[in-house]
Design a protein around this ligand. Structure first.
Ligand SMILES: Nc1ncnc2c1ncn2[C@@H]1O[C@H](COP(=O)(O)OS(=O)(=O)O)[C@@H](OP(=O)(O)O)[C@H]1O
Length: 421
């Protein structure tokens, strides 16, 4: 009897302890889960904050630079404009490749920005009060013209923001030989990829310039990403922006040639396969709908700060295009006809190797000694487009062109669209 009671008591005690342990375990588990969830929430919130903080830091730096605290030296990083402060792409892969290509040429020559523009000043007339003695916004500088010794990297006051495969490299190169312009060879991609770095980092990517020179950076992917346009606006709402477009069909051909230039022919789709039997919407939308992207630029910046050029015009004759850019950037007239010559093989203009200035050009920019042309990544053979398919393509793209011309208030002579088929 007594033993039976003890056994029952023992079983009851064991049960109570077991339930107690179970309770503790459950409590611990739910606590751990709660901790885990809280931790995940924290991580998620921190990831979300990270991007916000980066932009906030960007804003803080801007304020510091505007107040002069971050500017190294004389604090005139924006070409003496103290009130402004400072300030991928059909596919990002080609930009990366081009950058790598440029990096190797730049490092092999030891020419980070490939510029000593003062060397080229001699042949040009230098009026006493030139447009270049103004800042990029046309305001008169109060300081006297800076001595050549005041050369140091400065933040850009103009950007070439797009579009890829539309002659951005040629435009940048042609502008770089202007005595009042400096420009880094590399696509810096600060407002797309590297915006989390400090502005000081961005400034250091620029070649040295004097206070009167304009620093221009070219990254064609800027125009494709709305957020990068906003960052540019935060950087400097008065910055000048250059956009170069191209006959959209030729741009598609150029993109195709670029994407498959190093692939085995067996692994290369035909142009039609690549674009799609019924021209693939996404590629068309990204590559041909210039208006969509330019409208975003106009939403942020006044039109007078935006210059739209056409690659096709530059191919035919770079001089009028460069003169337009020169005027827009308020530079002294410096370009002349004898600087360029049409290259039949390439199908566009190259530097004239016979010109007196060519030896100087070679010091300033990366072109071939023998031809005066840019490297072999420019002027690749384009795929042929079969007649019927071309018709379909034109029909799809024509309304996008009309939208562009209406938006920018000027028309371009694009060979594929001469007739209104
Ligand atoms: N004068 C001159 N020199 C060199 N290249 C010239 C020139 N004018 C126009 N083009 C055309 O520019 C096309 C390349 O455009 P991008 O430089 O914008 O390409 S990239 O986005 O930087 O890869 C490139 O396109 P492809 O012909 O398809 O290679 C060139 O034809």
């Amino acid at each position: 009897m007594f033993t039976e009671k003890r056994t029952k008591l023992f079983v009851a005690l064991a049960l109570v302890s077991f339930l107690g342990l179970l309770g503790v375990e459950q409590f611990l588990t739910s606590h751990r889960v709660a901790m885990y969830l809280r931790d995940s929430d924290r991580k998620l919130a921190s990831a979300q904050n990270h991007s916000r903080l980066q932009d906030a830091r960007f804003q803080r730096e801007l304020l510091l630079i505007k107040s002069g605290a971050l500017a190294s030296g004389s604090g005139d990083d924006h070409h003496g404009d103290s009130d402004t402060g400072h300030s991928a792409e059909i596919s990002s892969s080609h930009a990366t490749k081009d950058t790598a290509e440029n990096m190797s040429t730049a490092s092999s020559t030891g020419v980070p920005g490939a510029r000593n523009s003062l060397d080229l000043q001699a042949p040009f007339v230098s009026p006493a009060k030139t447009p270049s003695s103004q800042n990029s916004l046309g305001k008169q500088q109060t300081t006297p013209s800076s001595p050549a010794t005041d050369r140091r990297p400065r933040l850009p006051s103009a950007l070439i923001i797009g579009f890829a495969k539309c002659g951005t490299a040629a435009l940048r190169t042609f502008l770089t030989i202007h005595p009042d312009v400096v420009s880094p060879i590399l696509e810096v991609r600060y407002f797309t990829l590297y915006h989390s770095k400090e502005l000081e980092w961005y400034r250091k990517q620029m070649p040295p310039s004097t206070r009167d020179q304009v620093t221009i950076e070219k990254t064609p992917s800027y125009i494709m990403i709305n957020q990068s346009l906003r960052r540019i606006h935060d950087f400097d709402p008065k910055i000048k922006l250059i956009v170069i477009v191209r006959d959209p069909i030729v741009r598609l051909q150029s993109q195709y040639a670029h994407e498959f230039c190093q692939k085995e022919p067996n692994h290369t789709p035909t142009f039609i396969q690549w674009l799609g039997e019924t021209p693939e919407r996404r590629k068309i939308a990204r590559s041909c709908h210039y208006a969509r992207y330019i409208r975003r630029v106009y939403n942020l910046f006044p039109r007078k700060q935006v210059l739209i050029l056409s690659e096709d015009d530059m191919e035919r004759n770079p001089l009028p295009v460069l003169k337009e850019a020169e005027k827009f950037l308020e530079l002294r007239p410096a370009y002349s006809d004898d600087m360029f010559v049409f290259n039949e093989t390439k199908g566009f203009h190259c530097f004239n190797t016979q010109s007196k200035l060519f030896s100087r050009v070679l010091e300033l920019v990366q072109v071939k000694n023998a031809t005066g042309c840019l490297g072999k990544s420019k002027g690749r053979e384009h795929p042929k487009i079969e007649g019927n398919y071309l018709k379909v393509l034109k029909k799809t793209i024509q309304p996008l062109n009309e939208e562009l011309f209406d938006l920018i208030g000027k028309r371009f002579q694009w060979d594929n669209f001469r007739d209104k088929s």
